[in-house]
Design a protein around this ligand. Structure first.
Ligand code: SF4
Length: 692
């Protein structure tokens, strides 16, 4: 049976060979890479290779719980429906919220958004994808008029220059990085540039590594645009025919701070380093720029992403094989969530809250309480819970007590909330401790549905196991609550019914500029849904998005966005803490922390520091240190890493309260967000550090 890996946005296909034998230690099937899947052609990374071990997590949640009591599903969903109705009646629809996840399948996501935005009447439903790629979404919308990724994985093989910005792809998207390595083996002229303040495993393999100063990306790419302009290397014809906003952007890049010498100095690079990169970019039409959390997880992440996109638009390097800006998504279905309107500021099928879209989606749903305004984004949403404005929250497939910034305050917020519902596979997830109602969710391998990866490839996750106890798919639980609230429109017999309705909704885009239209799938039979083979949308289209130079904006032209670099304020006495993924762990470790071979690479919370900084601070490798931020503190072991700059610390983001450690890294991260996207600045925390 074919399925898709649940860990990251590469979206690798897997093949399950054999049948699971409950209780048998010897007769178990293998989970291997799917040779026929276009994303990975059979390859899997270390995490993907350990999928079978991840199936037996130490403790599963088997039955719904109300307080400490096991209850039936009808009792649990009846209680939730009643609480929702009472809260909305007393305090209005904006007093309730859902906080969901890029782990959800598209069908789960769709019904959750339909319930909240069309029936309860609030857009207070946000997703943990807010934390990983909402700045890229905002930048795509600003530049292209729609959230569109114009690049495919196949472009890697036809590119002559790959620029990776703010991503340790070798660790975070390993199978995609393997494709880059293979492309370099096949094409010795293909060069790799890595832009990252830290010398990562990815940077070590680059032809050129630019260790820029923290948050220097806008300066770097505006400087590149200035250099290209000075060297007459912009595509004037493409700009004139297909772009708007060039005059304003040109005025911006003419500022003195974008001169190469000034840029190099501000970025902490030599002029030769910067000139080498700029000349490479100038001389290589087939350039791909991959970007991820170093761009997105920033207080100006949307501007950073637009600075990258500007360089591709102004050189006409978009809509062609081997060229374009490529936002990598973190989670397996972050992209599917964007398609169904999983973010609080979106409606389904790539629509926003303009009156025409609200009317079109509301009509299709026959929605009694269609919301007309965006809801609260993740950090704001938990702030509103903390302030008592939101009195009911349902958290599905995510662990915000660990993963959100200022996570101690998130825990306080949940402790204060009048009603907290948590759907999870484990009762031991940190957030589950705050639940008034716990719902047992079916996990990977136990449920069916669609996911979309970083390159818009829609794949199937398939069930090959029976859910244990009374665990159920999330879409089913949401629909049960909706029906108990008295809403029609949630009577889906199967998950395929949900997908067909969602596909039919996208028909509203047919005569509009929007390109997200999968309405041909609304007539899929059950057998066709079951047999779905991976396909990229727009379905049946061979050419690249924008190959005709037409963009889904009102004018049909792309927008060059004027973005400005702002100098960082000095933070004396404070270390700059950068956080990110370990190669072998997933999120808050709830599915991977128990697997011995994945735990080996980092066995305890560890903070990394340059060896010179350690000796200057009279610290030694291996000693316990205390990190502090705003009254929060955590302990970690000190390790040294020559790849860090002198003022920088690095920690992996996964450490939580689980497994006996009280070391939540995100307690150290201030809730500072990008003003456009609402994405938190996880990469730039300011912390104190002292010996214990
Ligand atoms: Fe899974 Fe991502 Fe690894 Fe592929 S690269 S096997 S999708 S974790």
């Amino acid at each position: 049976m074919k399925s898709a890996c649940p860990y990251c946005g590469v979206g690798c296909g897997v093949a399950v060979k054999g049948r699971f034998q409950p209780g048998s230690l010897t007769k178990q099937p293998e989970i291997v890479g799917d040779l026929s899947h276009p994303a990975n052609h059979g390859a899997l990374c270390v995490k993907g290779s350990a999928l079978k071990e991840s199936l037996s997590i130490p403790k599963r949640l088997l039955y719904p719980r109300l307080g400490n009591k096991e209850v039936s599903w009808p009792d649990a969903t009846g209680y939730i429906a009643q609480k929702l109705k009472e809260t909305v009646a007393k305090h209005g629809p904006d007093s309730v919220a859902l906080y969901v996840s890029g782990q959800l399948l598209t069908e789960d996501y769709y019904v959750a958004n339909k319930l909240m935005k069309g029936f309860i009447g609030t857009a207070n439903i946000d997703t943990n994808s807010r934390l990983c790629m909402s700045s890229a979404v905002a930048a795509h919308n600003r530049a292209f008029g729609e959230d569109l990724v114009p690049v495919h994985y196949d472009d890697i093989a036809t590119s002559d220059l790959i620029v990776i910005v703010g991503a340790n792809t070798a660790w975070t998207h390993p199978v995609l990085f393997r494709r880059i390595q293979q492309a370099r083996e096949a094409n010795p002229d293909l060069r790799l540039v890595v832009i990252d303040p830290r010398r990562t495993t990815t940077a070590e393999q680059a032809d050129l590594h630019l260790p820029i100063a923290n948050d220097g990306d806008v300066l770097l790419f505006n400087g590149l645009l200035r250099y290209l302009s000075d060297h007459h290397a912009l595509d004037d014809e493409f700009i004139a025919m297909h772009c708007e906003g060039f005059d304003s952007l040109k005025a911006e890049i003419s500022r003195d701070q974008y001169r190469l010498a000034r840029c190099a100095e501000s970025l902490g690079l030599s002029r030769e380093q910067l000139n080498t990169f700029y000349a490479m970019f100038r001389d290589t039409p087939n350039t791909l720029t991959l970007f991820c959390q170093g761009i997105n997880q920033s207080a100006n992440g949307t501007d950073k992403a637009n600075a990258v996109i500007n360089c591709h638009l102004a050189t006409g390097r978009i809509g062609k094989p081997g060229a374009g800006p490529f936002s990598l998504t973190g989670q397996p279905n972050a992209m599917g969530g964007r398609e169904v309107g999983g973010l609080a500021n979106q409606l389904a099928v790539h629509r926003g809250f303009d009156p025409e879209s609200v009317a079109a989606v509301g009509d299709f749903w026959q929605a009694p309480n269609m919301t007309t305004q965006p809801g609260l984004k993740a950090v704001e949403l938990f702030e509103a819970i903390h302030q008592g404005k939101i009195k009911f929250v349902w958290v599905i497939a995510t662990n915000p007590v660990v993963s959100l910034p200022d996570s101690r305050k998130v825990a306080e917020a949940l402790a204060r909330c009048e009603c907290v519902v948590v759907s999870d596979i484990s009762p031991e997830a940190d957030t589950a401790a705050f639940a008034d109602v716990l719902l047992p969710a079916a996990g990977w391998g136990e449920k069916d549905g669609m996911v979309t990866n970083s390159e818009r490839m829609i794949s199937r996750q398939r069930a090959f196991l029976s859910p244990p106890g009374e665990a159920k798919a999330d879409w089913w639980a949401i629909c049960e609550v909706a029906k108990k609230m008295g809403f029609s429109g949630f009577d889906f017999a199967t998950v395929a019914d949900v997908y067909r309705e969602y596909a039919a909704l996208s028909r509203i885009n047919r005569d509009s500029p929007y390109l997200f239209d999968i309405s041909s799938l609304s007539s899929m039979t059950d057998a066709e849904y079951a047999d779905w083979q991976p396909q990229r949308w727009p379905l049946g289209r061979e050419s690249h998005l924008f190959s005709d130079g037409v963009f889904p904006t009102a004018s049909g032209r792309a927008n060059l966005i004027t973005v400005r670099h702002r100098e960082q304020a000095a933070r004396p006495g404070v270390w700059w803490l950068n956080t990110g993924r370990q190669r072998d762990q997933w999120h808050t470790m709830t599915r991977t922390g128990h697997i011995a071979r994945l735990a080996e690479s980092e066995t305890e919370p560890t903070v990394y520091m340059h060896p010179l900084s350690a000796s200057q601070s009279q610290l030694t490798e291996g000693q316990l240190v205390s990190l502090g931020y705003d009254g929060n503190s955590m302990l970690a072991k000190l390790a040294v890493d020559e790849g860090l700059s002198s003022n920088q610390l690095y920690m992996s983001m996964h450490w939580a309260g689980a497994f006996g450690f009280a070391s939540r890294v995100n307690q150290m991260v201030a809730p500072e967000v990008d003003p456009v996207s609402g994405q938190p600045a996880f990469k730039s925390a300011g912390v104190t550090l002292s010996p214990t």
